[in-house]
Ligand binder design. Sequence first.
Ligand code: SF4
Ligand code: SF4
Length: 160
Amino acid sequence: MKELKLDEKTYFNKISFPSFERIKKGPVAIIECIEDIPCNPCETICKFGAIKVGFPITNLPILDEEKCTGCGRCVPVCPGLAIFVLDYNFNEKDCLLTIPYEFLPLPEEDEKVKCLDRDGKFVCDGKIIKVIPPERNAMTAIISFAFPKKYYNKIRSFKR
Ligand code: SF4
Ligand code: SF4
């Protein structure tokens, strides 16, 4: 087990944040779980064995970026809403971020939104691409939205 230091530079970049080389290859999970709570549905749902919590169950999850296919099955099962899937190659200019979303009403596809950073601050404009309603995902809606690639490591939510 690696020693974990819970700051953005060490934790997000070395433990569960995929390398930029992997990000450029295609959709991949990003796990921003920072609490030592007894929890592991992300590990059990991933049929590719790409997430390891192990024992004790309070370990933070570790992503194996090469095993991750970006399927997104881990996104709605995380009670901490801490898992996203990033598709850096969505189109020439934009990346696509898929997030769990527990606000109502749900946004509409093609809707313009304001993209926010981890502190809820506005960064750039974006567009809703796909909305999967909660009934199809363990009662958590899944939203995919697009924004300029240069913010791939900054944007984590949106407001309408
Ligand atoms: S996106 Fe799919 S393959 Fe990747 S960690 Fe999540 S469940 Fe596993
Ligand atoms: S399911 Fe979410 S909160 Fe639980 S260990 Fe995995 S990433 Fe952390």
